[in-house]
Ligand binder design. Structure first.
Ligand SMILES: Nc1ncnc2c1ncn2[C@@H]1O[C@H](COP(=O)(O)OP(=O)(O)OP(=O)(O)O)[C@@H](O)[C@H]1O
Length: 250
């Protein structure tokens, strides 16, 4: 197994936000984690990406336990990238420059000083611009982009960093139906060689992208299976899907 969570647990002052979670994710898989508000979905991503240290359990990446390592190490040495819920771009830089910073990420003054745009850098940046459909917007500042386009820029910035594993926390939140569909197609095409872990609520979007869906409830795994399996599971309908519909109707 490529990425394996074993008895993963976090205790926030006596509250078990994640409790004995076991999950195995294959290399190249797109895994979606769903569940009601407060189920522990983001906390699991926080632990995988080093933001939160587990109280107990292991996070095995190719058999090596990375639980408790800091987020810088996890992103730089272990190739795990993260897209947060809200936009996370440099407002004063163009779309192109944002991607360039992500691609070339200067770790020292010297590397920034000696940096030159090479043909290979141009090629890679243009390829990413095409993949996220922002070629025409390349000189624009992010604030002039639509909400969806800003999210795609961030997906491009993560791609530019070339991680092996990409975690996306509600990538379609606030998007129109068309933008949501386009985001799903992007994940399927440009991230097809990556291992992708997505936290989402939009069931159509989940159906579009997921091979396996893990359902969390109150910090524990309630069900796991294909979209069809979990969406027909009586317990999942009771604790999650039904209450979702009722909220929408209310
Ligand atoms: N640092 C923290 N200290 C204390 N409690 C926390 C902390 N972080 C999260 N929690 C609690 O842990 C539970 C799980 O939170 P989490 O954000 O992982 O849920 P979620 O499934 O991602 O929910 P949502 O769909 O609303 O984003 C919640 O009850 C939350 O209030």
């Amino acid at each position: 197994m490529y990425l394996e969570l074993k008895n993963l647990t976090v205790d926030f002052n006596g509250f078990l936000a994640v409790h004995d979670v076991n999950m195995g994710i294959e290399k190249g898989e797109t895994r979606v984690i769903i569940g009601p508000n407060g189920a522990g979905k983001t906390t699991i991503i926080d632990m995988i990406t080093g933001k939160t240290k587990p109280t107990k359990g292991q996070i095995l990446l190719n058999g090596e336990d990375i639980a408790g390592k800091d987020s810088y190490d996890i992103s730089n040495s272990y190739g795990i990238g993260r897209k947060f819920q809200g936009p996370n771009v440099f407002d004063e830089m163009s779309v192109y420059e944002n991607l360039e910073v992500a691609l070339c990420g200067h770790t020292s003054l010297w590397s920034a000083f000696t940096y030159r745009r090479t043909p290979e850098i141009y090629r890679q940046l243009n390829e990413i611009l095409e993949q996220i459909d922002l070629t025409e917007q390349r000189e624009m500042l992010p604030r002039f982009l639509s909400h969806g386009q800003r999210q795609w820029l961030e997906m491009g910035m993560i791609l530019a960093q070339n991680p092996d594993i990409i975690t996306l926390d509600e990538p379609a939140a606030g998007m129109t139906d068309d933008e949501t569909f386009k985001t799903g197609e992007m994940i399927k095409s440009i991230m097809k060689d990556k291992t992708v872990i997505v936290v989402e609520h939009d069931m159509d979007f989940i159906k579009q992208i997921a091979k396996t869906v893990t359902v969390l409830n109150q910090g524990e795994i309630l069900a796991e299976g294909t979209y069809d399996e979990v969406s027909h599971n009586a317990e999942v309908i009771r604790v999650y899907l039904k209450s979702d519909d009722e909220e929408e109707e209310a």
